[in-house]
Ligand binder design. Structure first.
Ligand code: G3I
Ligand code: 9MR
Ligand code: ZN
Length: 586
């Protein structure tokens, strides 16, 4: 290791400058200097966090090319962050607006990973996180191409492979089989789950609907690239087609498609979990309300987004949405629990009124028809956006319902209902912005929020702030959304960018079967790991960590499915958040 001796004069409290003095040798990296390892936007509040008591107080921001000093500053005073146990001093370099690649050099501590400052700082990260869905495709061969040579798998879970998708399981109430070979593998496992597909596919479609000008031309280099449809919609369609295959003729939707048990860490085409089944509730009506309503909501969004590109497909989606809506209205409380010898993921959700509300809102937004508005207005009483609970997630989609209604653009939308949604969202955003600004790592997570998939929670707090900012532009809202992104991309107690193959230090051993089974030393790219989990034990090194502080309960071990798995519903809000940070285009 090259150790570099520094002599510093007392530094002014923050000044952008163009000192020619370059260090004589490479800086000594230190995990005690936490930065967003992707970057920052030029006009935002740019902070790094330093957790070393040895820091006398001076820091510089240096140009990565030649080490010249672009900014000089002084660390803020130390403060204890309860959720991580860290004593943190902030390095504020907000007045640096020069675009380029930099690193922090903290006196007496060392250097941060590199990061970019520019309007397009998050473009590559956006594409990597979105393209990760192509890597999750089931029912086809996948090849990440020359960007990631050797990251391939043969066609899986379809005719001609050991376990085609799929036979009807006894729990489905049906005999025989059904072609259901497309869709995304849910996470580190090869299961496909309609409920988790709900918010995941919904937030990806919303990413296009909210930021079309920024994302429509992003080429993902997927098999459909170059056709007339934006790649993001081509990718989402791969999962939409599978969801459609899970709908019965009566409009009901079976809950999931998996083997009866999890297979081992082998490539998908060698999945040894046994036969794959369409799985239901085990008793009439065999389909479940949450899955059906989630499908109805997502298909209503798809019906409006694909219409300019494939009117026939859009029509199929609308038909599926309306039939799913009707089935869920007739069967409002059919919940799913694993039964009948099945032990794969459950995504059990006892309350489906929020999924039905989301379906009502999206169908109203797509069609403007009165029955959907009436159902939304009748069902919204208990649905309030709040800062005092975990944000939207696979089991709670009421915020999706409320924002779909608020932004419906339908002239018949009820003004009082919209006003309440706006008031609740802004009040929540004010609370969340305040606690984010007061948080040691500037993340919106509360102590209680460090649960399984907490990184998805951080991203979904960011989505809430973006929604509030869309209702009423406020620098604090936009900054809090960016700060949640900064947390996920490296400004955290682990000094880790939680997205595989992104930044300088990122997870290397995610709980992800292709990453663990293939011949490649590094994991498949663009996948956000679940992150710190305060309570679950999973047989990994996580169990040895102290019960608190909660933000530290994460291990980069393949065995840790409770903190180091990847999942389609964690990447989706990340993709949405990254899109919100892309340069606006006309
Ligand atoms: O919200 C409660 C919180 O109030 C409580 O304090 C805390 C501690 O008990 O629990 C929190 O709920 C947790 C929930 O995740 C939060 O989303 C549950 O305990 C926890 O069991 C639940 O874990 C789920 C996990 O499956 C086990 O069911 C994850 O959400 C879910 O993402 C994960 O999904 C799995 C699929 O089943 C299979 N595919 C992989 C995927 C990702 O691991
Ligand atoms: O790989 C499975 C992961 O997708 C799930 O989230 C997790 C919890 O349901 O279970 C994992 O499978 C493990 C199983 O639960 C216990 N035996 C070891 C399996 C692989 O880690
Ligand atoms: Zn597959």
């Amino acid at each position: 290791m090259v150790v570099r001796a520094f002599t510093f004069t007392l530094l002014a409290a923050g000044a952008a400058c163009h000192s020619p003095s370059a260090p004589s040798s490479a800086p000594v990296p230190s995990t005690a200097v936490k930065v967003d390892q992707v970057g920052y936007l030029p006009d935002e509040t740019k902070l790094a966090m330093v957790t070393s008591d040895a820091a006398p107080g001076g820091f510089t921001v240096r140009r990565a090319g030649d080490g010249s000093i672009a900014f000089r500053g002084a660390l803020g005073s130390a403060a204890l962050d309860a959720d991580s146990g860290d004593n943190i001093r902030a390095a504020d370099f907000s007045s640096l607006r020069e675009s380029g690649t930099f690193y922090l050099d903290v006196e007496g501590v060392g250097a941060s990973p590199r990061f970019e400052v520019s309007a397009g700082a998050f473009a590559a990260a956006f594409r990597l996180a979105l393209r990760a869905y192509y890597g999750q495709r089931c029912g086809t061969a996948v090849d990440l191409g020359p960007e990631f040579p050797g990251y391939t798998h043969a066609a899986c879970h379809r005719e001609g492979t050991p376990n085609p998708d799929a036979a009807f399981h006894p729990s489905s109430g049906r005999d025989g089989s059904r072609e259901a070979g497309k869709g995304w593998h849910d996470a580190g496992d090869y299961g496909k789950y309609v409920v988790n597909s709900g918010i995941s596919t919904g937030e990806l479609l919303w990413t296009y609907e909210w930021f079309a000008s920024r994302v429509r031309d992003v080429r993902l280099d997927i098999p459909e690239s170059g056709d007339a449809t934006p790649d993001i919609l081509d990718e989402a369609r791969w999962n939409l087609e599978w969801m459609l295959a899970m709908q019965d003729g009566d409009g009901g939707v079976w809950h999931k498609l998996t083997s009866e048990r999890f297979g081992s860490f082998v490539m998908p085409e060698r999945d040894d979990g046994g036969p794959r089944y369409v799985i239901g509730t085990g008793s009439p009506p065999y389909k479940s309300t949450c899955a059906t309503a989630d499908l109805a909501a997502v298909m209503a969004v798809a019906a409006r987004l694909y219409r300019p590109f494939d009117a026939g497909f859009a029509g199929r989606c609308l038909d599926a949405a309306t039939r799913g809506w009707a089935w869920a209205a007739a069967h409002p409380s059919v919940v799913f629990r694993n039964c009948c010898g099945v032990s794969t993921g459950e995504y059990g959700d006892d309350r489906c009124d929020d999924e039905r509300l989301w379906a009502a809102a999206e169908l109203f937004r797509t069609t403007g028809e009165a029955p959907y508005q009436e159902a939304f207005l009748a069902g919204r009483a208990a649905a309030r956006v709040s800062a005092r609970e975990y944000p939207q997630d696979w089991s709670s989609v009421k915020n999706m319902a409320l924002w779909a209604y608020y932004f419906s653009g339908q002239p018949a939308a009820d003004a009082a209902a919209r006003a309440l949604i706006r008031a609740d969202t802004l009040a929540a955003a004010d609370d969340i912005a305040s606690r984010t600004e007061a948080n040691g790592y500037r993340v919106s997570l509360r102590s209680a929020d460090y649960v399984w998939g907490s990184n998805g929670g951080a991203a979904n707090y960011g989505v809430l702030m973006v929604a509030a900012n869309a209702m009423q532009p406020d620098r604090r809202y936009g900054q809090a959304a960016l700060d949640d992104l900064h947390y996920l991309l490296g400004r955290n107690t682990h000094g880790l960018c939680f997205v595989t193959r992104l930044g300088t230090r990122s997870p290397r051993h995610p709980h992800h079967r292709p990453s663990g089974a293939d011949a490649q030393p590094e994991p498949w790219p663009g996948l956000l790991v679940g992150g710190p989990n305060r309570s679950t034990r999973d047989g990994s090194g996580l169990d040895a960590l102290p019960a608190s502080p909660p933000a530290r309960r994460y291990v980069d071990e393949q065995a840790s499915y409770a903190s180091n798995e990847v999942a389609i519903n964690w990447n989706a809000p990340l993709v949405f958040l990254l899109a919100s940070a892309l340069p606006a285009r006309e």
